[in-house]
Write a protein that binds this ligand. Structure first.
Ligand code: NAP
Length: 513
């Protein structure tokens, strides 16, 4: 049954709901004020308040008087994720009375529906909610049937995504509610469900929750209001928006979403870039990507592919370009005309920053490391006519790479006595969270070189680069490759030149926080 929407809902300007999780009434009041400039509505989590009189509904007045946006009040039971125990009768009365007064909605858990119904809540202001912090149940339709049997103006189903496929179940629920003409909030918590929080509203979700600041989230995977508004441009997303994103694990800290989303925004393109935390790439490609088998109706345009899937995704795709084939890795997928094509922009992205400093033809280059990035760099250098020698800690393991590209291999400690002019670090040594402050080679091995290039971008200046600078080398950091390979992906997906400077600034800002 379709119900008329109450006035506050009709007036709401968009889907971003700022969740207020302050512990004092004063702080909550000030957060409500801050939310006015960032969100479209507010959820006030009363169970976070430590100095609040739950027995007296008039204690809501100082919080809700002159509220700048529609406000949902809720006071979660501990079993539903609440953070303090409030007697059920007291909290239900507070919510029902509060919604009769200044609050626009109260959110009451389905498990307490019968108890709340005895208090005759205003059904036009009632949100009835279901939370599952363990999983997304396989019978989500059954949950929907049970929850929507309880009269309310909005029904809410929030589950935990244990894998990215759980997002599909949430999207199906949104489709079902749309056909039924119901207002619904359905989303999946945790990183694998993050896409439901961002594109859910464009597919019919009534709102999406966001924190006012990083670190103040009320649930795992929640973005901030600013991220939703300024990076993902949530108010502009529709079902027709072209979807792109990064596939890998882990992806939560990737700089790619900020780079690509700000680039789409700058060029006014109706594109969005998401982060797909994937634990089974074959299943993801089957259920979300391949046009013939996918179970979601969306305009998926392109993917970035990162660790650990760069070598495995090729087998799922319709076509692979010559560079990706030769390097044996795909870092970019384009979906067009019902086909999926794999590319490798790491090769060109790695070489461009060096090529902009000096001509590479005839240069002698030493590549430290023999993994995936070393393959891309070596292939690119060879293509430019440079002479390449791989310096590896385990020469026998580097033989495959040497044979594929016809390059020489030498032990890592022989770098010092070699005459290479350009030295490139492709190992993770020196990376934040891995071995920051370490270098793969002693400083003396960098003496008398022309250029030192480190593919690591976090930290911006590694020990390897500090040493090289100290020895008078020209240095190049990994941000340049990160931006260059992303700009090439952008061009493949959109046909447009990427705004390189803006993308670089976005990465630098992200890394500096
Ligand atoms: P990978 O396939 O795991 O290869 C790593 C290589 O480093 C292997 O040859 C490994 O040697 C070697 N290595 C590891 N620890 C070492 C040590 N202590 N001493 C000497 N060699 C060591 O990794 P990858 O995908 O090539 O990535 C490597 C680095 O490149 C990462 O830091 C990544 O962040 C960076 N990268 C940056 C960009 C960018 O856009 N800027 C793009 C791609 C990659 P063994 O074979 O002996 O283990």
């Amino acid at each position: 049954m379709t119900r008329p929407l109450p006035p506050a809902m009709r007036e709401s300007r968009g889907p971003v709901c700022a969740v207020i999780t302050e512990s004092t009434v004063d702080a909550a009041r000030s957060a409500i004020g801050r939310a006015a400039g960032l969100a479209d509505l507010i959820e006030l989590r009363l169970d976070y308040l430590r100095d609040f009189d739950f027995t007296d509904p008039t204690s809501l007045s100082p919080l809700l008087k002159n509220k700048p946006l529609p406000v949902i009040i809720t006071c979660r039971a501990i079993s539903e994720g609440g953070i303090q125990k409030v007697d059920d009768e007291i909290r239900l009365r507070l919510l029902v009375e509060g919604a009769r007064g200044d609050a626009d909605y109260c959110d009451i858990e389905a498990a307490y529906y019968d108890a709340a119904a005895k208090l005759s809540p205003d059904l036009g202001k009632l949100i009835v909610s279901y939370h599952n912090f363990d999983e997304t149940p396989s019978d989500l339709n059954g949950v929907y049937d049970r929850i929507t049997a309880l009269p309310a103006v909005i029904h809410k189903i929030v589950t935990r995504a244990n894998g990215i496929s759980d997002s599909l179940a949430v999207f199906r629920l949104l489709d079902r509610a749309r056909i039924d003409g119901r207002s619904i909030i359905a989303l999946a918590m945790q990183q694998p469900g993050s896409m439901t929080r961002i594109i859910g509203p464009s597919r019919g979700c009534f709102l999406t929750y966001a924190s006012l600041e990083r670190g103040r989230e009320s649930a795992p995977g929640q973005p901030t209001c600013e991220e939703l508004r300024d990076i993902f441009r949530i108010h502009k997303l529709t079902r027709d928006t072209a979807i792109t994103g990064i596939v890998g694990s882990p992806v939560a800290h990737s700089a790619s979403p900020i780079m690509h989303n700000l680039a789409f925004k700058a060029l006014g393109l109706d594109f969005v870039y998401l982060a797909f935390e994937v634990d089974n790439a074959r299943e993801f490609f089957k259920r979300f990507v391949m046009p013939a088998t996918r179970e979601i109706d969306w305009r998926l345009r392109g993917l970035s592919v990162t660790i650990p899937y760069k070598t495995s995704v090729a087998s799922f795709l319709d076509e692979i370009d010559a560079t990706a084939e030769k390097v044996g890795a795909v870092n970019t997928v384009v979906i067009r005309d019902g086909l999926t094509r794999g590319y490798n922009t790491d090769v060109e992205g790695a070489i461009q920053p060096l090529g902009s400093i000096l001509p590479l033809g005839g240069q002698s280059c030493g590549v430290i490391g023999a993994g995936g990035a070393a393959r891309a760099v070596s292939y690119g250098l060879m293509r430019e006519g440079a002479r390449v020698k791989i310096f590896a800690r385990d020469v026998s393991r580097a033989r495959g790479l040497a044979e594929s590209f016809g390059v020489q291999v030498a032990p890592l400690d022989s770098l010092q006595s070699s005459d290479v002019q350009i030295v490139i670090n492709t190992t993770p040594v020196g990376m934040h969270g891995h071995s920051e402050h370490a270098s793969p080679v002693p400083r003396r091995a960098l003496r008398n070189r022309l250029v030192a290039y480190d593919l690591i971008y976090n930290p911006l200046e590694t020990q390897f680069l500090k040493d090289a600078r100290g020895e008078g080398c020209q240095v190049v950091g990994g941000v340049e490759m990160l931006v260059a390979q992303a700009a090439l992906q952008f061009k493949l997906w959109t046909g447009e030149q990427a705004p390189l400077d803006l993308m670089r600034r976005a990465v630098l800002e992200k890394l500096s926080t």
